[in-house]
Design a protein. Structure first.
Length: 296
């Protein structure tokens, strides 16, 4: 028992020590960013948030934020395995809902914006803005698969439960350390045969279409892109998660920058500019989540 308590205490002290090291190495205060003259946007090409030609909703949003701050904009590309690590300055992974802290590494930017889902384990190490996009994790199959889309139950919990009841023995693609990690939703325990997808998340839908697995997890924005890009070739079966939100991520020591972003974001939501940005890249999302975008 004493040994267990010592290990827990060591883990807490390690977390504090590494976070302090991160803060000491570099901060992203407004004054420092304005003195530098550049806002550094870390992102992962994903759905229509960031496209391969460096366009998309997140690019447009953070470019406008840079203009708001009176500085230049710089895009720094990352990947799903390293994007949070590139922000906080030490290697971050998670397993079974536990955050694992690794070696110190360079801080590469001031914020993350690429359709990053607000998850409990992520909130332990980064701070999120006001939600910028609605999402949910859906089970998707090739259009000719035997499974049929579920009918909505009396409530969301019932619908999720029914969807999960269909996956026993199903070969399912997922991606660790992302919102599409099957372990977050108990899908292996529900009987799914999990295949960890190693490639770009944008390739999940075409992988199922090609027959790499029977089904995949897709979040709302990627599903909307897939349904538009491959019409009639993929279908949504049902949700495996409650409704979630996405946001822009900041280091915990960048509270001033986070607060300034929230003020900027509130302004462009209320004056309709943000809706125009969203319509450019996700015009159909308003049909699925009208309440999220009902503001003025």
């Amino acid at each position: 028992m004493l040994k267990k308590h010592i290990l827990i205490l060591f883990g807490i002290l390690l977390t504090i020590s590494m976070a302090t090291t991160c803060r000491g190495a570099e901060q992203s205060t407004l004054d420092q960013i304005r003195e530098r003259g550049v806002l550094r946007h870390i992102g992962v090409p994903y759905a229509n948030f960031i496209t391969t030609d460096q366009k998309g909703l997140s690019i447009l949003l953070i470019k406008e934020f840079a203009v708001h701050l009176g500085v230049e904009y710089e895009y720094i590309q990352s990947d799903w395995a390293n994007v949070i690590s590139d922000l906080v300055g030490y290697k971050v992974t998670h397993a079974e809902k536990k955050v694992i802290l690794g070696k110190k590494r360079p801080i590469k930017g001031d914020l993350i914006a690429n359709g990053l889902t607000i998850l409990d384990w992520r909130k332990k190490i980064i701070d999120f803005s006001t939600p910028t996009f609605p999402t949910q994790v859906w089970l998707a199959c090739k259009s000719d698969h035997r499974l049929r889309p579920v009918q909505a139950g009396k409530n969301e919990t019932e619908t999720i439960k029914y969807t999960k009841s269909l996956i026993k023995g199903l070969h399912l693609l997922g991606a660790k350390n992302t919102c599409l990690d099957p372990s977050l939703y108990g899908l292996e325990q529900a009987g799914a045969i999990i295949h960890n997808f190693q490639s770009n998340l944008n390739e999940l839908a075409p992988a199922v279409i090609k027959g790499s697995a029977e089904a995949t997890l897709l979040d709302v924005p990627d599903a909307l892109v897939a349904l538009q890009k491959w019409p009639g070739q993929i279908k949504i079966i049902g949700p495996v998660s409650p409704r979630q939100n996405m946001g822009v991520a900041f280091r915990p020591d960048s509270r001033e920058l986070l607060d300034e972003f929230n003020k900027f974001y509130s302004k462009i939501r209320n004056n309709g500019i943000y809706s125009k940005m969203v319509k450019k890249y996700y015009h159909s999302v308003f049909n699925y989540y009208p309440r999220f975008f009902s503001y003025q």
